[in-house]
Design a binder for this molecule. Structure first.
Ligand code: HEM
Length: 483
């Protein structure tokens, strides 16, 4: 698949091909391709179209025109050209604002830069290291819960199990709140949170913003969950304010993102607006929950399917941990090279963010194509990573390929695999996500046999898109390992 190089100069737009000249599926007036879209498997459908029409083709959702891009050079160029040339699709910011979740993920311009700086500070490796004892505590709770399940022979619904872990982690780290959904049977926070991203995804791909005029039963149900989410977030913010009043030094030395956001003043002395504050609490909970949990779910399934890879992980955990049941020092995490390769390989084959929606901020030209201001772009993040023409045995789960460092293979892998996006908006939560995956998988390998990770039918789990991509219907059964 050959690709024209990125051409970013807006002045070149007049020399380039017009968008209409691109191939793509036939579109209806007004609705465009909306009736053809199969939302639960949208990423696969767009990948199928890339195989049919080429690595750059057109699509129309309602009145907005999109270019779908599967070429890794062009994807890299677009990601780097933010925030000036490209932004997240405008519809996303509107939807986020409507539900009170407009934070660093959906914000643009000066507001984004300011929020981004704070978020980066809260998620840097130094901060994670200080948080590590809390992460051990959260992992101990999960270990105890899974030991009970193993003793009773209970099959666990994998997705909610992993989400409890990721919600507890992100709420503890970023917001300083011990929500303890692992022990809590009702887990209200997680139950409300789970309803949000599927609705955002549906609205993002709707031909018209119908929910602004009529509320369907599903929208009314969602409103109820949303009201509960806001009540919980309000309580979190209020208690952080109280803590900070009681200990004014926290304003100078905030211990988490929420405190930092409450303490911050810009150069004019203005605090973050209430909308920015709530929007970021919401954003961080959303961004940290599904992504990490889905990555873990896919990795567990792939490891269960490949017994040799799993046994090598068990060996590594035994070797690194010795007598311990989980990593008890931050530095021990660095020694899990095989584990890290398994996660990298899982994110190559099953990236949980296979589509990134953007929009041009100005008339621009890319790959010899004139792209008018306001045109959308959907980046197909997996297409090249599983292309047999680019990687040997591209469809197989082979973590070893990540360990051949220094080889040209490693460079091509990084070029085609970008599970955390790229450029100035690269995922700030990636270190936390990797910390969580290492803690959970090493604890699992050290303490349990994977009896089963499977769907009811025993077949491969379907890939389901609901903003992030997850395996549908996986259940896990564990047995205690006899040491
Ligand atoms: C395996 C887990 C994760 C994956 C695969 C993932 C993936 C991504 C991707 C693809 C993006 C878009 C990047 C871009 O536009 O270039 C993103 C953005 C973001 N992620 Fe993650 N993420 C993960 C975990 C987390 C966690 C744990 C957090 C924090 C709690 C987090 C917070 C964010 C935020 C705040 C953004 C928006 C950044 C911005 O727009 O400036 N992510 N993530």
């Amino acid at each position: 698949m050959s690709s024209p190089g990125p051409d970013t100069a807006g002045t070149a737009a007049h020399r380039a091909r017009a968008l209409d000249a691109l191939p793509g599926p036939g579109a209806l007036p007004v609705l465009g391709n909306v009736l053809q879209l199969e939302l639960p498997r949208l990423h696969q459908q767009l990948e199928d179209w890339a195989a049919q029409y080429g690595a750059i083709y057109r699509l129309q959702i309602g009145r907005q025109r999109f270019v779908c891009i599967a070429d890794p050079d062009l994807i890299g160029a677009i990601l780097r050209l933010r925030p000036e040339h490209w932004r997240r699709v405008r519809r996303l910011e509107q939807i986020a604002r409507e539900i009170g979740a407009n934070g660093v993920f959906s914000a643009e311009g000066a507001s984004w830069s300011r929020q981004r700086r704070m978020v980066m500070a809260a998620f840097d490796p130094g901060h994670l290291k200080r948080f590590f004892p809390r992460q051990v505590l959260i992992t101990e709770r999960l270990l105890a819960r899974w030991q009970r399940a193993a003793d009773s022979g209970l099959a666990l619904e994998l997705q909610p199990e992993l989400m409890r872990y990721s919600v507890d982690t992100v709420a503890g780290l970023a917001l300083g709140v011990d929500v303890d959904t692992i022990e809590e049977q009702q887990d209200p926070l997680q139950r409300h949170l789970d309803t949000v991203l599927p609705v955002v995804f549906r609205r993002l791909n709707a031909p018209l913003p119908y929910w602004r005029w009529i509320r369907l039963p599903a929208d009314r149900d969602f409103d109820r969950h949303l009201a509960q989410m806001h009540r919980i977030m309000r309580e979190m913010i209020d208690s952080a304010r109280k803590r900070m009043r009681a200990a004014p030094s926290l304003a100078e030395h905030p211990t988490n993102l929420l405190e930092a956001m409450l303490a911050v003043r810009d150069t004019d002395g203005d605090a973050l607006s209430e909308e920015e504050l709530v929007g970021n609490v919401f954003t961080i909970l959303l961004a940290g929950e599904d992504t990490t949990a889905n990555t873990l779910a896919w990795t567990l399934w792939l490891l269960h399917e490949d017994r040799d890879c799993w046994l090598r992980l068990v060996d590594e955990a035994d070797h690194v941990l010795g007598d311990q049941d989980m990593p008890r020092s931050f530095d021990a995490l660095r020694e899990f090279a095989w584990l890290a390769a398994c996660v990298d390989e899982s994110m190559r084959l099953r990236p949980v963010a296979p589509l990134i929606y953007l929009e041009t901020q100005r008339d621009t030209a890319l790959g010899g194509l004139a792209i008018p201001r306001g045109t959308g772009a959907i980046l197909l993040m997996r297409f090249a990573a599983i292309d047999a023409g680019r990687l040997p045995d591209a469809g197989s789960f082979d973590p070893q390929r990540w360990l051949d460092r220094g080889s040209s293979q490693r460079a091509s892998l990084n070029h085609v695999t970008r599970p955390f996006g790229g450029g100035p908006r690269l995922c700030p939560g990636r270190y936390l996500a990797l910390l969580e995956t290492k803690m959970l998988l090493s604890m699992l390998a050290r303490n349990f046999e994977l009896v089963d990770v499977a769907t009811a039918s025993g077949g491969a789990p379907p890939e389901r898109m609901a903003f992030t991509m997850h395996p549908e219907g996986l259940r896990m059964r564990l047995a205690r390992r006899l040491h």
